[in-house]
Design a protein around this ligand. Structure first.
Ligand SMILES: CC(=O)N[C@H]1[C@@H](OP(=O)(O)OP(=O)(O)OC[C@H]2O[C@@H](n3ccc(=O)[nH]c3=O)[C@H](O)[C@@H]2O)O[C@H](CO)[C@@H](O)[C@@H]1O[C@H](C)C(=O)N[C@@H](C)C(=O)N[C@H](CCC(=O)O)C(=O)O
Ligand SMILES: Nc1ncnc2c1ncn2[C@@H]1O[C@H](COP(=O)(O)OP(=O)(O)OP(=O)(O)O)[C@@H](O)[C@H]1O
Ligand SMILES: N[C@H](CCC[C@H](N)C(=O)O)C(=O)O
Ligand SMILES: [Mg+2]
Length: 486
């Protein structure tokens, strides 16, 4: 049992009807999950207005309602708290409910269009290797020390975030590395959290279905840095043209990293191969088993964070040089026929361009690059023609296929991708709706030393068609198909 007024510490309250000293059991923003003596937060959401569910929440046992508009009909023995923004109130209350775990752990948040999962996972592995217990909140999985929990969001709701952080504190974790999505920032899922470091990787075209304009998308990312406290550290990639914008209004200490220009942390690629890279960070050279320029950025950010957290360059580089690739991110396999398979989660135009360019930079012989990709249903449609253009322009041959069509018609998505293929490239692609058939065809076409890039689904172990999820893993399927050919 907790006392309501304690849970509301730091919440900006506009009006109270009822008793704030009442005891409560739990907190929720979903009327369907409310039980006896819970607090219900009425949130004006993307599709629905939680205020419509206040009476259901009360029927299910809620005794406290936190809302932006107090209902016209007031029920007896119910406490109503009016706030100007329920989602911010939820974040702050969730922190109080779990006894402010973000103040008891070093919380590091990474935002940007691409590289969040890779960098947070590298950091989790790096700091675990340095001997610390760590937590990870990522698209692929959530982790508390060695325990793995499912992840349904890149950045979960504030109750889930605080629950995970509280468990991490209970398990003596010193650091928590979390992905910060633009949806998460925009929906105030981070309200009330105490970040030690906020870092920015890059911003390119994505999620315009949600944010509507690129300017709104930039503003959402920038809000994360605007809200960092004075004693936090804000780290940015100044090779991205919006890198500085992120820091322009932050109160936090400003730190920069770059592969191109003068910055606090400077990296250089000495050699880039399919099986690894020779890198130089602040003058020190080391080998890494990761490939591709974008991974040099991810490792440079991990290095920057390690140094800012007080580690020496030698400690950080020794640990970084031992890091393995992240599942579904530039993951490679060489078959007995000497065909290279690369599985990568590139699902934005910029990521697709980066992975193909990264592969092309390592090509020394006359091998062909065959790219297989599709685009997700119910996601930013303007990505589709752009990705069609990029894949066919930069690969020797492209097979356009399905990603997760969700409840869209797969062939309609494919048509929208095909619309972006330039006239001179129309003979450089085919479309095969079934993803497995697409992989099979690429394997049939491929000759020794050719490279097959399977992009868009990375670590995902399912394909969502017509709202139903079927088991599907790009790498496993490619390996099985390769086994069956001579
Ligand atoms: C569009 C979107 O982001 N929606 C998220 C948002 O839901 P919402 O508040 O808009 O929900 P809503 O359906 O409009 O309902 C409004 C309110 O009424 C409540 N309600 C509704 C029905 C009912 O019977 N009773 C009830 O109380 C709901 O619980 C909610 O509080 O807040 C929810 C709680 O945090 C999220 O689970 C939900 O994520 C949906 C499922 C989603 O698909 N989100 C994706 C787009 C997303 O967040 N992706 C990002 C980025 C990924 C990336 O970077 O690639 C992520 O961080 O995962
Ligand atoms: N620093 C980077 N810059 C540009 N592209 C990158 C970078 N890191 C990774 N990528 C590309 O983006 C893809 C997705 O990477 P990752 O999963 O790390 O990004 P994310 O930001 O977590 O994406 P999501 O928004 O889906 O959570 C990778 O498979 C790779 O193709
Ligand atoms: N976090 C991203 C992942 C996209 C992955 C791609 N495979 C798809 O399904 O569109 C999103 O939900 O937009
Ligand atoms: Mg991610």
């Amino acid at each position: 049992m907790k006392i309501l007024s304690d849970l509301l510490y730091k919440v900006a309250i506009e009006k109270v009807i009822g008793n704030v000293k009442t005891s409560v059991n739990n907190i929720s923003f979903d009327s369907r999950k409310i039980e006896h003596k819970d607090i219900f937060f009425a949130i004006k959401g993307y599709d629905l207005d939680g205020h419509k569910y206040i009476s259901t929440a009360i029927e299910n046992g809620a005794t406290v309602i936190i809302c932006e508009d107090i209902p016209s009909e007031i029920k007896e023995n119910i406490t109503y708290i009016k706030v100007s923004n329920t989602s911010i109130a939820l974040g702050i209350t969730a922190s109080n409910f779990y006894e402010n775990p973000s103040e008891k752990i070093e919380l590091i948040g990474i935002t940007g269009t691409n590289g969040k999962t890779t960098t947070t996972t590298l950091l989790y592995n790096l700091f675990t290797q340095l001997g610390f217990k760590c937590a990870l909140l990522s698209t692929i999985e959530n982790k508390i020390a060695n325990q793995t929990l499912n992840s349904n969001h890149t950045t979960p709701d504030p109750i889930t975030i605080n629950k995970i952080l509280a468990l991490a504190v209970e398990n003596n974790c010193k650091y928590a590395f979390m992905e910060v999505s633009s949806h998460g920032i925009h929906q105030n899922r981070l309200a009330g959290l105490n970040f030690k470091i906020g870092a920015f990787t890059n911003i390119t075209h994505d999620h315009l279905d949600y944010h509507k304009t690129f300017a709104n998308y930039i503003a959402a990312k920038k809000k994360f840095f605007d809200e960092l406290p004075k004693n936090a550290i804000a780290i940015t990639n100044i090779d991205d043209k919006n890198g500085w914008v992120m820091l322009q209004n932050t109160k936090a200490k400003k730190i920069t990293y770059s592969l191109k220009s003068n910055s606090d942390f400077k990296g250089k690629i000495i050699e880039n191969r399919l099986d690894g890279m020779l890198l130089q960070f602040n003058g020190n050279e080391f080998w890494t088993s990761l490939s591709g320029k974008f991974n040099a950025y991810n490792e440079l950010l991990a290095y920057t964070i390690a140094i800012e957290l007080g580690f020496s360059s030698i400690e950080a580089l020794t640990a970084i040089s031992k890091l393995q690739r992240v599942k579904g991110r530039f993951e490679t396999y060489i078959s007995k026929q000497n065909i290279y398979i690369i599985v990568d989660y590139a699902h934005t135009p910029d990521a697709l361009k980066n992975i193909i360019e990264a592969i092309n930079q390592t090509r020394t012989r006359n091998e062909q690059l065959i790219t297989i990709f599709g685009c997700g249903g119910h996601r930013d449609k303007s990505k589709r023609p752009e990705m069609g253009n990029i894949a066919t322009q930069l690969s020797d041959f492209t097979i356009i296929t399905s990603d997760n069509p969700r409840d869209e018609v797969p062939d309609e998505i494919i048509k929208e991708i095909e619309a972006g293929v330039q006239a001179q490239n129309t003979n450089k692609y085919i479309s095969i709706t079934d993803r497995k058939q697409a992989i099979k065809t690429a394997i049939k076409i491929a000759k020794t030393k050719d490279i097959i890039l399977i992009a868009g689904k990375g670590h995902e172990n399912y394909q969502e068609i017509n709202g139903e999820k079927f088991p599907f893993d790009d790498m496993t399927i490619a390996q099985e198909l390769l086994k069956n050919i001579n």
